[in-house]
Design a protein around this ligand. Structure first.
Ligand code: SAM
Length: 364
């Protein structure tokens, strides 16, 4: 009885939860062994009817997957809610490339990276909660990607060792962390020179350099949402990490959205494709940024620039050139404020291929 009370106590539950974010912990290893044993003994239902009746189908799903012809899982998103990084990924020439996806949940983006011809794809999640579903869709969609449990998103470059990627997708994650700059600093060294990074997050549509905090849940009730940067700040931070914006899509949140509140601020989701550069692009009179990049304590302690400098060169192509009218004055990267203002916003999606739903036949 005493033993049962201890197992059910908040202290023990918190202890286990914390360990479940650590891939080396005994709890994570046991869970992985348990999932692997279960998947060995279990065959995926062969018929649409069997799939519809399965435990797999009835689970909570972040994305909507077609698990068998005509059998779509539920999703956390409305059917026409656009998935901007998916739309941008289509322009990346992935044949023969190595790709990393951060916060993959069940793995929609890694599946598409494989289907678009990538050579080696790594999916990641902080924990193993979605591992079984990810294994199932990997099999059902006939692709082969690797998975790493990475726990906290800080210092990912240390956790992934000497890996190099042509393309990294960091989408839907930066608003979930206390320190977005620390996360970008930790990932940037894994990107090959001239590689591509897609970074997507919630932003406030305001022409200044600020970041709005989600106090009292004023932006979203969701308890792990913290920061929305303003668009010019987001642009500046990307260039700080030696990433030049070359393409973007913006989805403004609707006034009647009951999840993403816009009553205090105009806000939306901004997805940006950046090209890695050695030469950050700041105004000639901005002496602060170059000095901060090379000499600040945070840069020295948290950004492994030696690893970054040792990366090989990527030849990854991108099938879209930015409109010269929308570039910063130095002509090297998109001015995101100008781009969001000038380009047509992305509204409700008109085809499932632009959403969080993945059909068995989808290639992109
Ligand atoms: C909103 S989902 C985004 C999924 C996907 N990347 C996309 O854009 O469709 C957030 C992802 O980040 C992970 N995540 C959320 N907060 C995190 C944190 N503080 N540390 C590490 N991962 C986190 C979640 O587990 C999930 O995989």
């Amino acid at each position: 009885m005493k033993y049962e009370r201890f197992l059910n106590s908040p202290t023990f539950k918190r202890f286990v939860r914390r360990r479940l974010f650590d891939r080396e912990s005994v709890f994570s290893r046991m869970l992985l062994a348990w999932f692997s044993a279960r998947s060995m003994g279990r065959r995926l239902p062969a018929t649409p009817e069997g799939m519809r009746d399965s435990e797999l189908f009835k689970q909570w799903w972040y994305y909507s997957f077609e698990l068998a012809p005509g059998v779509m899982t539920s999703s956390s998103f409305p059917a026409d809610f656009p998935l901007l990084p998916r739309m941008l990924l289509r322009n990346a020439e992935l044949a023969g490339c190595d790709c990393l996806d951060i916060g993959s949940v069940e793995g929609l983006m890694p599946i598409l990276m494989c289907r678009q011809g990538a050579r080696d794809v790594f999916a990641t999640n902080p924990h193993l909660y979605n591992y079984e579903k990810m294994q199932a869709v990997r099999k059902l969609f006939g692709v082969n990607f690797k998975f790493r449990q990475i726990g906290s998103l800080y210092d990912v470059s240390r956790k992934l060792g000497n890996k190099s990627f042509d393309l990294i997708n960091l989408s839907g994650v930066l608003y979930h962390v206390w320190s977005p700059m620390h996360v970008i600093a930790g990932l940037r060294p894994l990107l090959k020179k001239n590689g591509l990074m897609i970074l997507s997050t919630n932003v406030v549509k305001r022409n200044d350099f600020s970041m709005e905090f989600n106090d009292r849940g004023k932006l979203q009730r969701e308890a792990t949402t913290y920061w929305y940067p303003s668009i010019p700040l987001y642009d500046y931070l990307l260039r700080y990490f030696e990433l030049l914006p070359i393409d973007c899509l913006y989805h403004p949140y609707a006034r009647d959205d009951s999840t993403r509140f816009t009553s205090e601020f105009e806000s939306g989701y901004l997805s940006v494709v950046c090209r890695a550069t050695d030469d950050p692009s700041f105004d000639s009179d901005d002496g602060w940024a170059p000095e901060s990049i090379t000499d600040s304590y945070e840069s020295i302690l948290l950004w492994d620039r030696a690893k970054q400098a040792a990366q090989p060169v990527s030849t990854i192509g991108y099938r879209h050139a930015p409109d010269p009218q929308l570039l910063h004055a130095n002509g090297r990267s998109l001015d995101l404020w100008k781009a969001v203002d000038a380009l047509p916003p992305v509204g409700a999606a008109s085809q499932p291929q632009d959403t969080h739903a993945l059909l068995l036949a989808d290639r992109a």
